[in-house]
Design a protein around this ligand. Structure first.
Ligand SMILES: [Zn+2]
Length: 291
């Protein structure tokens, strides 16, 4: 291959820890060779959030400037549920997601990736309207271009945000370019919207997202193998090649034209169970170098 024909491949990275100071996430990214990362902006299991200090943000920007990291995403706390019918819970969820969107804005992150949640036993249309209102409120309280990034979930119960159509309905009703999408490969499989990662089925899946929301709106991929079977509705991630999707599935994914512009982010347990590691990053990089 001549250099003029050099293919541009997606950024590859992972969820990394920012414990002990924001700037630490950059060193953690570089240790595993990640050029795009996801972090928690604050504790993922707490309702009270504090903004990072100016000094923390300054040190982070200094470190970031000299690093290989090109794109940063925040993952919202697991407590957020915008589809809940409990008024108090909804209020707290809106406030929490707003706070995290502010943090994302203050550190120059692309946006906050979040799960919509579930609203037990009510009509999906009702819940969708409800989610739309909540998301509009959050966007209006944080200016700038930081995105609210909907992640598809593993389904089951009354969870919202499983299919391209469901996510598309919400996006159309909000009508803001700041609402984008992250597709998790394990969740799609566990939710039952793709039964195998063959070339044809991968293309059909992303083609549906393209028709519903426009593929450019899918900004990130959570690249995870699945520890649980197709349609299990059970969200358990596995290292690349060790789960039900398998290495062949990810090889097929790397060849799919519709996913090349997305940031590939690992959320796998790691081969030493210490979180996404260099080995998983290297497996993904190799998928592209061997194309
Ligand atoms: Zn995910």
């Amino acid at each position: 291959m001549t250099s003029s024909l050099k293919k541009t491949s997606p950024r590859i990275g992972a969820h990394v820890s920012a414990a002990g100071g924001l700037k630490n996430c950059i060193a953690n990214a570089e240790n595993i060779g990640a050029t795009c990362i996801q972090i928690f902006g604050a504790s993922p299991r707490q309702w009270n959030t504090s903004m990072p200090s100016e000094e923390d943000v300054r040190a982070y920007h200094e470190t970031l400037k000299k690093s290989i990291v090109e794109a940063i995403y925040l993952h919202a706390p697991y407590l957020v549920n915008l589809a809940t019918l409990d008024k108090e819970m909804l209020k707290k969820s809106v406030a929490l997601l707003t706070a995290h969107l502010k943090i994302a804005d203050s550190i120059g992150a692309r946006g906050v990736i979040f799960h919509i949640g579930s609203g037990k036993g009510r009509q999906k249309e009702f819940m969708t309207a409800h989610v739309v209102e909540a998301m509009k409120e959050i966007l209006s309280s944080v200016h700038g271009d930081t995105q609210l990034i909907i992640e598809n979930c593993a389904g089951g119960g009354d969870r919202i945000g499983v299919t391209a159509k469901e996510i598309g309905d919400i996006i159309r009703k909000i009508g803001s370019p700041r609402v984008t999408v992250c597709i998790d490969t394990a969740h799609a499989f566990e939710a039952g919207i793709i039964d195998e990662y063959s070339a044809e089925k991968i293309h059909a899946l992303f083609d549906e997202f393209d028709k519903e929301i426009g593929i450019d709106r899918v900004v990130a991929l959570h690249v995870n193998d699945s520890k649980t079977a197709f349609n299990s509705h059970h969200d358990r991630h596995e290292n690349i090649g060790e789960g039900y999707i398998g290495l062949e599935g990810f090889k097929n994914l790397a060849r799919e034209p519709l996913v090349q512009h997305m940031d590939w982010i690992l959320e796998v347990p790691g081969f030493d169970d210490t979180g996404p590691d260099k080995k998983n990053v290297d497996i993904l990089k190799k998928l592209f170098s061997s194309l």
